[in-house]
Design a binder for this molecule. Sequence first.
Ligand code: GUN
Ligand code: FE
Length: 425
Amino acid sequence: MKKTTFALKGDICYSKSLTELITLEQGYVICEDGVVEGVYHKLPEKFKEIEVVDYGNRLIIPGLIDLHMHAPQYTYRGLHMDLELLEWLNSYTFPAEAKYQDQEYARKTYGRFVDRMVKSATTRACIFGTIHVEATLILMELLEKAGMQTFVGKLNMDRNAPDYLREESPQQSAIDTRRWIEESRKRFVKNKPMLTPRFTPSVTDEVMVELKKIQQEYHLPFQSHLSENRGEIAWVKELCPYADYYAQAYSHFGLFGGDTPTVMAHCIYSGEEEIKDMKTGGVYIAHCPESNMNVVAGIAPVRKYLQEGLHVGLGSDVAGGATENLFVAMMHAIQASKLRWRLVDETLAPLTAPEVFYMATKGGGEFFGKVGSFEADYEFDAVILDDSRIPDQEGLTIEERLERFIYLNQEDDVKAKYVAGNRVL
Ligand code: GUN
Ligand code: FE
């Protein structure tokens, strides 16, 4: 069968590694059946006949990867930043998430969330829903229609939650989780289920045992929160006498990397043992700098994790973070790392613009397979950015334009977006 092949032309920028940023002025990136064929300064002879979409001197970058966000919290982004994590959850998050019992409400508000996601530079994401099966299926249906490719989690919560947002029993939690997985597998191809106990304090050991069984049956990835807040960590110690440190509250059940692809959000206070377990298990860290600051959790030592060779991606953690805009997350990652360096530990150098760009693309993208770069055989996720609104651009290199875009971008600067070769914006 004939291949579907086209090229995008423009000022191209992508990461090969943490320290290697590749740029091509007026280059071509070629898509063949949804996958990157190659990147060229001049269109090769054999591609002379293909369609070339010329984006002039706009920037062409890989789609961004949000490794951690909460769709139901989108309704109150930018509000209620006056409390620390555990009080914030009880006072604002749980009442907001309880509303997703109502399917009409879910369709309306998730519709707005997905609409914004499509217009953003994000192509892939790991998304928390709520405990509600129907609302989570609605979210997945909307993402699927929009052409996004995500992992979505129906949450498990059967303890330490208010009556109105607590699953009836571990058995019911497992039954609902299975029903949601079966339904979503029947209905969706691009948006897939991901096992999502909210965090250790929200789930009993019985649920964890059930989740491991489900994980083995369906081979699903796993996501949760880890070592975000000191009060939370002390609470986990009380709740899980078998765990010497937080990661063991997951690994005790076989749910911490290895044969269970895992994303852990935050990891602000991970000690040497936890770091070792993350490395052994190939666990992905979702660094969420804005959330670190907003719920006053602390600042994750990202430089240390990078030096240890751990997988680190970026997360917006909406609504711990106020925005889904990952350029803002990149800016916050740099700024937070500088404050940490100055105030906490001067041995851990601040992050640079190419480093946070890597984290937001290939770093997190690898969780999805070959995603987040324009190297050959990577899935063709591409975003077109128009930075012409920003004055004083004369003579800047592509790398300088990218750095500036991280600080000065606005929502509607994203002009087009392709996910696995399909145009979605
Ligand atoms: N830990 C458990 N639930 C949450 C949540 O919704 N947001 C954040 N930031 N941390 C959590
Ligand atoms: Fe979170």
